[in-house]
Design a protein around this ligand. Sequence first.
Ligand SMILES: *Cc1c(COP(=O)(O)O)cnc(C)c1O
Ligand SMILES: [Zn+2]
Length: 464
Amino acid sequence: MHAYQHCINPLCGATFDVADVLTSCPDCGNLLDIDYDWDKLPVPKSMRDFEARWSNRRNPLDVSGVWRFRDLLPFARDEDIVTIGEGQTILQRSEAVGRYVGMNTAASTGGLYLQYEGLNPSGSFKDNGMTAASTHAHMVGAKMAACASTGNTSASLAIYASTKQLFKVVVFVGSGKIAYGKLSQALDYNAQTLQVLGDFDDALNRVREVSGECGIYLCNSVNPFRLEGQKTIMYRVLESLNWEVPDWIVVPGGNLGNSSSFGKAFGELMRLGLIDRIPRLAVINAAGANTLYQLVEERNVAWNAGQPDDDIIDTFYADMDRDNRKASTLASAIEINRPVNLKKCLRAIELCDGIVRDVTDQEMLDAKAQVGAGGFGCEPASAASVAGAKKLRAEGIIAPSDRVVCILTGHQLKDPDATVAYHSGDKALFEAKLGTRGVETAAYANSPTVVENNLQKIIEALKA
Ligand SMILES: *Cc1c(COP(=O)(O)O)cnc(C)c1O
Ligand SMILES: [Zn+2]
């Protein structure tokens, strides 16, 4: 195997075998990458070479939108790979959403594209990473795997465990703030589900302790193998664009696994000579959970050759704790105080000339309604990408003729309460299910019309 684990801190640079189970560098505590001796590996000459696999519907590794690209994440033997057909997702150009964002929809090459990662088996992009983490868990013979989750990570881990029966799963969720679509999946896929009386960050701290203590395989995005799988989202975007590099990738930012893996993907493709330029990356926080925005845009924290200013970061978190500030947004998938992949994301931002913005719940839910009206729909957190693109267009940072790809991270059905509350204007539903943070105005609400059970009245309602 020409794959190894590699500390991201260049001053440390420690390396470890891929058979080791680690979620941070034992020497210095930083995050780990999976890296490869590329010159000893068979690397394709062109991304187009992967197209030869499209026709092979009998090999599950070629059907998978992750493992079709296995030469670019070569850490496992084919026979160890755990796949359930993830990554069969699509990119579509949307005129309607493009107009909403403010793109010049007549431009022949530009426009707004939506990458529907909700089409994965468990309904979110998390499956791209979980197939890789499950593969590693299988490689090391794990009997039990665990994660803390705002919902989608647990749904994803649970579906791999139920489908493959290779290991048991325990998921830790915070109390209260989990969308029912997601919780229902963990329960239905028969994962042991612990509702920790605390928020996501509490649940993550506990699962890290418990995993260390009990030798349970940890599947949060501190797991470097997950991020290897998530790189393939970018390969599929390029594939859908006939291997042309777009101008912008816009992605919601929670624990920052996606944004980190996208940067790694583009860095490797450049190094291997498989692309000739790198798109700009926009990471979009919720305004109620905007740690990355605060650090990068307000306090100028940067990767800085692997030595970001820890004092600024530590002070930011200390102030957060002192003031008892807690992340608060109805986009529960990105309601995160301390994003675990912060440093990797800083690296991605530097590589991709990246930028960070935050958007309000109002902006997200309005954008979500527009995605629903002009496409397949998405969950609230996913719409941060579209709301963020709109903001960057309004600021003139995204040009009207640019080619912009927004990642829609989760399926529309994940969080029906938020959708129904928005469209029906039901403040009580917002309060009961989502805390007290409804939206002021639902500008794109498509409210149901109540009508008497009477033919004439129904015909009148149709005309209205
Ligand atoms: C996990 C998740 C996110 C956040 O992704 P990160 O990689 O943690 O930044 C965004 N949207 C949805 C739907 C998610 O499930
Ligand atoms: Zn280290």
